[in-house]
Design a protein around this ligand. Structure first.
Ligand SMILES: Nc1ncnc2c1ncn2[C@@H]1O[C@H](COP(=O)(O)OP(=O)(O)O)[C@@H](O)[C@H]1O
Ligand SMILES: [Mg+2]
Length: 290
């Protein structure tokens, strides 16, 4: 048994992660028994920062960290590797003419393969991961069969399937991951994150910023509310702008910070700008900070 509590606080401290104690414990538990980890959650809940921290933490002795950012264009050879035609002509099919991809490199060297937004990976690329993930074997035709190093592990992130523009991760691949879910953090934790990431001390600015993003999530006019990024941007902008006692300034920077980060319900009579404005006014009216 590993001492999870001190391990978790060490990770929090080293990577400046606020909260997420339970989730980090779950991640450490899954990793300690050699499981692949899939972090799922909405945009901005901290999937990438957690995955990077874990990857770095566990690879820190002999650090090997291979990152893949997925898109619809990611082909199997981007993951596994490929023969370079001119080199094949010169040298034949051997190691010298092969360009290893991140999956092959992570398996050969040990360390972490970090697959960001895995749900965007096309299905045939997903298939090239299957044997690597559960048997630790990767066959490279005309070259070799790689057996995974003991320290090889995979951590992946994905947005929930309900998101627009998100494809579904195949059953076979899903089956090979331990699932860890990330919800929004508590208001207190979000305020601390805003302070840290916007690099400000003001309780007033960070609290108002958190209340504003909270209100976008609670509003019945808004289908998808703002992530913590909206709060960080809002706090950063108002702090830089100067007079944070000015309602007009708050409204102006809130529109800048949030416009692209929220999605309205259909059939509303109010514009996005009006909705953001009303939220800011309500928060400023309600808070004792005015
Ligand atoms: N628990 C946390 N502690 C510190 N910073 C956080 C935390 N959660 C999110 N952040 C910050 O919020 C932003 C979004 O996080 P990120 O990991 O990129 O989200 P995702 O990958 O889920 O979209 C980043 O600036 C990140 O540093
Ligand atoms: Mg991310």
């Amino acid at each position: 048994m590993v001492d999870m509590t001190s391990l978790v606080s060490e990770i929090q401290e080293k990577f400046k992660i606020i909260g997420r104690t339970e989730e980090l414990k779950q991640i450490a538990l899954a990793h300690s028994v050699g499981k692949n980890i899939l972090l799922e959650g909405n945009v901005g809940v901290g999937k990438t920062i957690l995955a990077k921290a874990i990857a770095e933490y566990y690879g820190s002795n002999n650090f090997n960290f291979f990152r893949v950012d997925c898109s619809e264009e990611l082909l199997p050879h981007n993951l596994v590797g490929y023969f370079e035609p001119p080199l094949v002509i010169a040298k034949g099919y051997n190691e010298d003419s092969y360009k290893y991809g991140p999956l092959a490199l992570a398996m050969l060297n040990g360390g972490c393969l970090f697959i960001n937004e895995i749900n965007r990976m096309p299905e045939n690329t997903q298939n090239s991961l299957l044997t690597a993930l559960d048997e630790g074997i990767l066959e490279i035709p005309k070259l070799e069969t790689i057996k995974a190093h003991n320290d090889f592990f995979v951590i992946a992130t994905q947005n929930p399937a309900a998101h627009v523009g998100v494809t579904v991760l195949g059953e076979a691949l899903k089956d090979r991951f331990i699932w860890i879910n990330l919800e929004y953090q508590t208001p207190e934790e979000e305020i601390s994150i805003i302070k840290q990431e916007a690099n400000i001390n003001s309780d007033r600015i960070s609290t108002i910023s958190q209340l504003v993003i909270q209100a976008t999530r609670d509003s019945t006019s808004i289908r998808r509310g703002s992530s913590i990024r909206g709060g960080i941007d809002l706090a950063t902008l108002i702090d830089q702008y100067g007079n944070s006692r000015s309602t007009k300034n708050w409204v102006e920077v809130a529109v800048m910070a949030l416009y692209n980060k929220i999605e309205l319900e259909d059939g509303l009579t109010q514009s996005k700008k009006e909705i953001i404005t009303n939220i800011v006014l309500a928060v400023l009216n309600k808070t004792d900070f005015q």
